[in-house]
Write a protein that binds this ligand. Structure first.
Ligand SMILES: Cc1cc2nc3c(=O)[nH]c(=O)nc-3n(C[C@H](O)[C@H](O)[C@H](O)COP(=O)(O)OP(=O)(O)OC[C@H]3O[C@@H](n4cnc5c(N)ncnc54)[C@H](O)[C@@H]3O)c2cc1C
Length: 452
C-alpha cells in the first residue's frame, strides 16, 4: 500500500515555493491536500474576505485537478478524522506566526496531534533577526539592515508529478461565497498572483518610489491579498528585484511586513494592546455617531471619506489613505486605534494582524519607530498633496464629481460644494489637533509604564 501524508494548507494557498509541501511529498507517495474551513474564519470575515478566500480555494483546487479536500469544523476533529480515514502517517504544514495560528497549534499539541512543520510566510522567519546582544529590534531601519544581511533561500519549485488523493464529494465542499456575496474583489489564486507581480515589475516598479504615494493611480502592486493568503511567497518576489531605486523601495516595503511580523512575534500582546504602554492612559472618546460617520465615509473630509468608501466597496485601501484615515480616527476623533483596526480587519482582503495592528499603532503614535514629534496628519493638505486633481476622491464620492481640483478638498468653502448632498465636516481639524496634543501632554506628564 502506498504511503500517505496530509498537507494542511493554511496561509500558503500555492504549490510553488512551498517547502513544507515538498517535505510532504518527500515522505509519502500520495498526499491528501487539505484546507480546513475553521468556523472562526467564516465568522470573523466580512463579505469581501469570504469572496476572496472562496476564489482562492477554487484556484488552488483547479491547480490540483479537483483534489483539494475542504472540510468545515474544528481542526482538532477534522485532522483526527482525516488521518484515520486515509491511514496518513504524518500531517505537514508551515509555521503560522500569528497569534490565532499559534494558539491553534498549541491546542493541537495538547490533543496529541503531531504536526511536521517547515517554513513560514516570510523571507526570514519572525524571531530570527536579532541585535548583537540577542534581543529583538524595536526600530525598523536597523532591523532592515540586519534582515538584508541575514538573507533568504532561493525559491523552490512546485512538486513534480504530484500524486494527490482525490476527495469524496462530502470532503470537497468548496464555499461559493464568491458568487453569493455579490461583491467585487481582485482576482485571487497563485496564477493571478504571479501574473499581477510580473505585470507590476514590468509596468510600475521602476517608478514605485514616487508613484506608491498617489492613490488615484495604480502605482502600487496590490500584492497584499496574495501575500496574506500565501498565494505567492515573498521570497519569490524578492528574488526578481534588482538594485534600481524603485526596486529598492519595494524591497523595503516587503521588509515592513517582515518587521511587523517580527515585532508581533516578540510582543504577542500588541495584536490588541498598546506597544507603548503609556498610551493606555490617554483620554479617549467612546465610539458613537462620529465613529459611524468615519465607518460610512461621511466625515465631511473628502480624502478620508473617499478612502473609507474604497475600503467598504473593494475590501482594500491604499497605504497613503490607510495612514490618513487612521490618524483622523485617533487624533481628530480621539477614538482608540483598536476600534479602527477591527473595522479594517472585517473589510480588508489583505487583513493581517501584524501589519494591521502595527500600522494602526505606528499612526496612533503608540507603536514602533515613534517619531520625535507627534504627527497629526492634516486630512485636507494630504488630499491636496497626494490627490491634487481629486481623481481618487471623485472615484468614490459622486457628490463631489462636479468640483475642480482646487475646490474639492474643502467643498464647504465653495458655493455649490455641498449642493449634491455631501456633508459638512464633523470636526474642526485645527481645534482637534490641539486637543490631541493636549491629551498627549497629559500622558507625558504621567509616570511611564514599564513595557510588557
Ligand atoms: C492603519 C494601517 C493598517 C494596515 N493594515 C494592513 C493589513 O491588514 N494587511 C496588510 O498587508 N497591510 C496593511 N497595512 C500596510 C499597507 O497599507 C498595505 O500592505 C499596502 O497598502 C498593500 O498594498 P500593496 O500590496 O499595493 O502595497 P505595495 O506598496 O505594492 O507594497 C508591497 C508589499 O509590501 C508590504 N507593505 C507595504 N507597505 C507596508 C506597510 N506599511 N506595512 C507592512 N507591510 C507593507 C505589503 O505586503 C505589500 O503588499 C496597513 C497600513 C496601515 C497604515
Amino acid at each position: 500500500m502506498s504511503k500517505r501524508a496530509i498537507f494542511w494548507f493554511r496561509r500558503d494557498l500555492r504549490l510553488s515555493d512551498n517547502p513544507a509541501l515538498l517535505a510532504a511529498f518527500d515522505e509519502a507517495d500520495e498526499v491528501v491536500p487539505l484546507f480546513i474551513m475553521d468556523d472562526e474564519i467564516a465568522k470573523r470575515a466580512g463579505a469581501h474576505r469570504r469572496a476572496y478566500l472562496a476564489a482562492s480555494l477554487k484556484a488552488l483546487d483547479t491547480s490540483m485537478n479537483g483534489a483539494l479536500h475542504v472540510l468545515s469544523g474544528d481542526p482538532v476533529e477534522v485532522l483526527t478524522r482525516l488521518k484515520k480515514k486515509y491511514g496518513a502517517t504524518s500531517i505537514h504544514c508551515a509555521f503560522p506566526f500569528a497569534p490565532y495560528g499559534n494558539e491553534l497549534d498549541e491546542r493541537l499539541k495538547k490533543a496529541g496531534i503531531e504536526l511536521t512543520q517547515l517554513g513560514s510566510g516570510y523571507a526570514v522567519a519572525p524571531g530570527r533577526v536579532l541585535k548583537d546582544d540577542g534581543t529583538p529590534y524595536r526600530v525598523y531601519t536597523p532591523f532592515y539592515r540586519a534582515w538584508s544581511a541575514h538573507g533568504w533561500r532561493k525559491p523552490v519549485s512546485a512538486p513534480k508529478d504530484p500524486k494527490w488523493v482525490v476527495p469524496t464529494k462530502a470532503d470537497h465542499k468548496l464555499p461559493d461565497w464568491d458568487k453569493s456575496e455579490k461583491v467585487e474583489v481582485q482576482e485571487a489564486g497563485e496564477v493571478a498572483a504571479l501574473k499581477r507581480y510580473k505585470d507590476f515589475i514590468k509596468r510600475a516598479s521602476d517608478d514605485y518610489g514616487d508613484a506608491r504615494n498617489i492613490p488615484g493611480i495604480e502605482g502600487t502592486s496590490r500584492m497584499s491579498p496574495h501575500l496574506r493568503w500565501g498565494e505567492i511567497h515573498p521570497r519569490t518576489m524578492l528574488n526578481v528585484l534588482g538594485q534600481n531605486k524603485g526596486h529598492e523601495v519595494y524591497r523595503k516595503e516587503i521588509a515592513w511586513r517582515e518587521f511587523y511580523a517580527d515585532v508581533l512575534h516578540n510582543n504577542p500582546h500588541t495584536s490588541r494592546d498598546y506597544y507603548d504602554a503609556k498610551f493606555k492612559k490617554m483620554r479617549y472618546d467612546k465610539p458613537g455617531k462620529k465613529f459611524e460617520a468615519w465607518c460610512e465615509g461621511r466625515t465631511g473630509f473628502p480624502f478620508v471619506d473617499a478612502a473609507m468608501r474604497q475600503l467598504v466597496k473593494e475590501g482594500w485601501m491604499h497605504n497613503r489613505t490607510r495612514m490618513v484615515v487612521a490618524s483622523f480616527l485617533v487624533k481628530d476623533l480621539h477614538i482608540e486605534w483598536q476600534h479602527g483596526a477591527n473595522f479594517f480587519m472585517k473589510y480588508l482582503i489583505d487583513n493581517d494582524v501584524a501589519s494591521n495592528s502595527h500600522g494602526w499603532q505606528w499612526t496612533a503614535g503608540c507603536g514602533t519607530d515613534a517619531s520625535p514629534y507627534y504627527r497629526v496628519f492634516n486630512p485636507i493638505e494630504q488630499g491636496r498633496r497626494f490627490d491634487p486633481d481629486g481623481v481618487y476622491i471623485k472615484r468614490y464620492i459622486p457628490e463631489l464629481a462636479h468640483l475642480s481640483g482646487d475646490d474639492i478638498h474643502e467643498p464647504w468653502t465653495v458655493i455649490d460644494g455641498l449642493s449634491k448632498g455631501y456633508p459638512e465636516p464633523i470636526v474642526d481639524h485645527a481645534k482637534e489637533r490641539l486637543e490631541s496634543l493636549a491629551r498627549l501632554e497629559e500622558i507625558k506628564a504621567a509616570k511611564p509604564i514599564k513595557p510588557n
